[in-house]
Design a protein around this ligand. Structure first.
Ligand code: ADP
Ligand code: MG
Length: 243
């Protein structure tokens, strides 16, 4: 079994130790994650790469506190997250994690600014929503509804919504999956700039091998298992990505 949980343990932000996730569907049991051991360092951009059905979303949901492990342990800094109660998990999701999804998940009847404000209302150290929109270069579109924005612009609003919480961790589920090539590259550029400016730890999951080049490290997944972890000595710029 590939075990990277001990490989680099200088105060990891997150650590998964022998994590299993099994879904029971009536008589059928689906093993979506099996013996996943991994440490995620603060400030790194980690890409989890694997084909459809390899367990990427499952692992992202576990790390984001949206779901709970079947077996194994999950740590956030030195705290055992897998032992937290639902209230503590809610606080973690609210204060520490920003989520970015393939299809943006904006509220259609709220403006761009209101979509960002909704996320900041409940959290502890929010950024000014106007400033968050400015960071994704959409300050001038604050009063527009999602339907009035292109796919790339909607994804930038969703990035503004995620970073406005000032989270330690950004979790991105196929963030470029619904975008054309050039727009996808702009979204990657934005994530990398934010990582550099704000020091946010970013996990991107994708089936698109082309994206792996921009990562600090790439975790390969197959059938719910980590098969390989590689470090990119020189991550390439998003502008150099070819897909
Ligand atoms: P990926 O994101 O890599 O496409 P997923 O993590 O979504 O993969 O799914 C991994 C496996 O777990 C798949 O076989 C999928 O059908 C199954 N699975 C995911 N979520 C559920 C669920 N809520 N109930 C049952 N099976 C699930
Ligand atoms: Mg998925």
């Amino acid at each position: 079994m590939f075990d990277n949980s001990q490989a680099d343990t200088r105060n990891p932000l997150l650590r998964l130790v022998g994590v299993d996730k099994t879904f029971a569907m009536g008589e059928v049991r689906v093993r979506a994650a099996h013996q996943v051991s991994l440490a995620i360092q603060p400030g790194e951009l980690l890409v989890m790469l694997g084909p459809s059905g390899s367990g990427k979303t499952t692992i992202l949901n576990l790390v984001g506190g949206l779901d709970t492990v079947t077996a194994g342990k999950l740590f956030f800094r030195d705290q055992e997250m897998s032992a937290w109660n639902p209230t503590r998990l809610t606080r973690y999701r609210r204060d520490s994690v920003g989520f970015i999804f393939q299809f943006y998940n904006l509220v259609p009847n709220l403006t761009a600014l209101e979509n960002v404000m909704v996320a900041t209302e409940l959290c502890r150290h929010p950024m000014d929503p106007v400033e968050a929109l400015a960071k994704v270069e959409l300050a001038d579109r604050a009063d527009h509804f999602p339907a009035q924005l292109s796919g790339g612009e909607q994804q930038r609003v969703s990035i503004a919504r995620a970073i406005a919480k000032n989270p330690e961790l950004l979790l991105c589920d196929e963030p470029t999956g619904a975008l054309d090539f050039e727009t996808g590259k702009r979204v990657l550029r934005l994530l990398i700039d934010l990582k550099q400016e704000l020091g946010t730890t970013i996990v991107v999951i994708t089936h698109n091998t082309a994206i792996a080049g921009v990562a600090d490290r790439v975790v390969h997944l197959r059938s719910g298992e980590v098969t390989e972890v590689e470090r990119n000595r020189q991550p390439i710029a998003p502008e150099e990505v070819v897909w």
